[in-house]
Design a protein around this ligand. Structure first.
Ligand code: PLP
Length: 420
């Protein structure tokens, strides 16, 4: 990624040396490249150039930072949201209502009311009970709710069990076999305009095959629904395309390959297509910058103890995720080491027996490809400050989330401990 490259031996984000950010803000800190996220969005849009009027609704949960949302909204992206809080963030960032789709298996009444009042493109409803609640609410508010059902196509996919969402046993969507009945019942409810179908089968997908199977089933369903008299105008194909984390693994399919598959499978559908990419837009545009606190001998390999921990970057502990680790100023020597954080859990391990740049106490390192599902999952576990975020644009950088320090946590009463 050209937006994070070594120049004169020191890693930069665009034109800003990472050491300068560490000096000014301290570590750990997330650093994002504006150019990288815009390029990722552009590549995705270009891959869909032959699709008529696609709605690209960025999945806000991947990185909901207000400045990040503003960059993407200004570039024309819509928003895929999963809560009332994300609805607010999307609107605050300037996303117009007609570019917002609302997903989620547990939308609460107040969240539905917020989106109905402010407007949105489509609710992706995940059960008949949810459709009934939405119908009653829409009638009470004198609104018509635009609705699609999220279909569970019974396609297992996803890099990790915790991010597979389209298998029959998962909590998401209505079973494809029950869809005709669900649409018939929902169509009879007042206050709903049921014109959509939606799927989202998982995240960090490294093959197009399950996506193609899911889209094919969705296409068959569209035909069956139309035969039953439903006016289906919108097909939301979700997100899920993977990004390369480990350069030692074969790269996931490109946006171009994905776009070509979509064109082939959806030709003749005659619907507006919605896409919900999250990770693909922001993952490669961010990294977590951290400093080595000290080294410690290990049974086999040495421990590199860094000032970032599982509370700052949860993906390794949560998903066994692999992040490339590089020195900001590599000395040329390599070694094999374990990289761990200070939190009192064995799960606070970023890498085991990792071949990496040799580092010393005080050195800066980065965890790459940390722009998605990273800062947003940060917590204050172990009474650690909440990780700050910096957005770089050319030779300028801005602190876009300050470090919430321990004084602030204690004052808010939300530092852990003593709450029993
Ligand atoms: C999380 C999510 C996405 C985004 O998934 P990525 O793998 O980040 O592209 C899209 N749609 C829905 C419904 C989601 O829950």
């Amino acid at each position: 990624m050209v937006d994070f490259e070594h120049r004169n031996g020191a890693l930069h984000c665009e034109d800003v040396p990472l050491a300068a950010i560490a000096e000014a803000v301290g570590t750990p800190v997330y650093v994002y490249s504006t150019a990288a996220m815009l390029q990722n969005l552009r590549e995705f849009r270009d891959a869909l150039a032959e699709v008529t009027d696609p709605l690209i609704a960025y999945a806000v949960k991947a990185n909901p930072n207000a400045a990040v949302l503003r960059v993407l909204a200004d570039a024309g992206a819509g928003a895929d949201i999963v809560s009332g809080g994300e609805y607010r963030r999307a609107r605050d960032a300037g996303v117009p209502p007609d570019k917002i789709v609302f997903a989620g298996v547990g939308k609460a009444e107040a969240e539905m009311a917020l989106a109905l009042a402010g407007g949105l493109y489509q609710f992706n409803v995940e059960s008949l009970a949810e459709a009934e609640m939405l119908s009653a609410l829409a009638c009470a508010l004198g609104k018509t709710a635009p609705v699609g059902f999220r279909i569970n196509p019974d396609v297992g996919a996803g890099g990790h069990a915790k991010i597979t969402t389209g298998a029959a046993a998962s909590k998401f969507g209505i079973a494809i076999g029950e869809a005709l009945d669900g649409y018939a019942r929902a169509a009879a409810l007042p206050g709903l305009a049921v014109h959509g179908v939606a799927v989202h089968i998982g995240s960090q997908l490294t093959s197009l095959e399950p996506l193609e199977r899911a889209f094919t089933r969705l296409g068959e369903l569209i035909g069956a629904l139309r035969s039953a008299g439903h006016d289906i105008r919108v097909a939301d194909l979700g997100g899920g395309l993977g990004v390369p984390y480990d350069p030692g693994h074969p790269p996931p399919p490109s946006a171009q390959d994905y776009g070509a598959m979509v064109r082939r499978v959806t030709s003749g559908w005659n619907t507006r297509l919605v896409f919900e990419p999250g990770r693909l837009i922001v993952a490669s545009a961010g990294l977590l910058l951290s400093r080595v606190i000290r080294l410690k001998p290990g049974a086999a390999d040495p421990f590199v103890i860094v000032d970032a921990a599982m509370n700052d970057l949860m993906r390794p502990a949560l998903y066994d995720a692999w992040h490339k680790i590089d020195a900001v100023r590599p000395g040329g020597e390599r070694w094999t080491a374990n990289v761990v954080g200070p939190v009192c859990e064995t799960g606070d391990t970023f890498a085991t027996a990792r071949e990496m740049d040799r580092v010393e106490a005080g050195d800066l390192i980065v965890f790459r490809t940390a722009g998605a599902y990273a800062a947003t999952m940060a917590s204050t576990y172990n009474s650690r400050p909440l990780t700050p975020e910096v957005l770089v644009d050319g030779d300028r950088w801005t602190l876009v989330r300050p470090r919430i320090d321990v004084d602030a946590l204690v004052a808010a009463g939300c530092a852990d401990g003593g709450n029993d």
